[in-house]
Write a protein that binds this ligand. Structure first.
Ligand code: MG
Ligand code: ZN
Length: 162
């Protein structure tokens, strides 16, 4: 990362970045038992010095808005993911941002809108150039651009084949 500022806040997308479903054809889990961490995630996250940095998650959960799962269920699934991925007992307060709105409502939080990233930066007192967002879709890259943060594709960050 050369001369860039050290990363003080890592923000991760969830689906396709930290977790994947175990059900053929299902893009996002709707209940426990339908997901797993993507191999290598926990190991890669374990190599980050969390003494110097914080983390957050920013996830579009349009399934809530269209009725596939409740907001509470979506949040709980993301909490379980954070516990497994980061090896914490509980997700740090305020570390999970999710957009529960249906995709075509035009809400201000659904990526590529930057609101979830901005909330996390404000909450954890990080400037955009100290913030790295890691995601797997164009709307993730768009949200990073709109929020002014740095961005890495998940396959690069985690050293996966594309
Ligand atoms: Mg994704
Ligand atoms: Zn939203």
């Amino acid at each position: 990362m050369g001369n860039e500022a050290p990363v003080r806040l890592y923000i991760f997308d969830a689906d396709g970045t930290l977790r994947r479903t175990t059900v053929e054809g299902l893009p996002c889990p709707n209940r426990p038992g339908e997901w797993e961490l993507i191999p290598g995630v926990r190991e890669r996250l374990g190599r980050i010095d969390w003494g110097e940095a914080r983390f957050g998650v920013a996830s579009n959960q349009g399934g809530v808005g269209v009725g596939y799962l409740s907001l509470a269920a979506a949040r709980r699934l993301l909490e379980d993911m954070v516990v497994e991925a980061f090896g914490v007992r509980d997700p740090p307060p305020g570390s999970i941002e999710l957009c529960p709105h249906a995709p075509h409502l035009g809400c201000p939080c659904r990526k590529p809108q930057p609101l979830m990233l901005k909330r996390l930066m404000r909450r954890f007192d990080a400037e955009p150039d100290e913030t790295l967002f890691v995601g797997d879709m164009d709307k993730d890259e768009g949200a990073a651009r709109a929020a002014g943060t740095r961005f890495m594709w998940a396959h690069e960050f985690f050293g996966r084949r594309e």
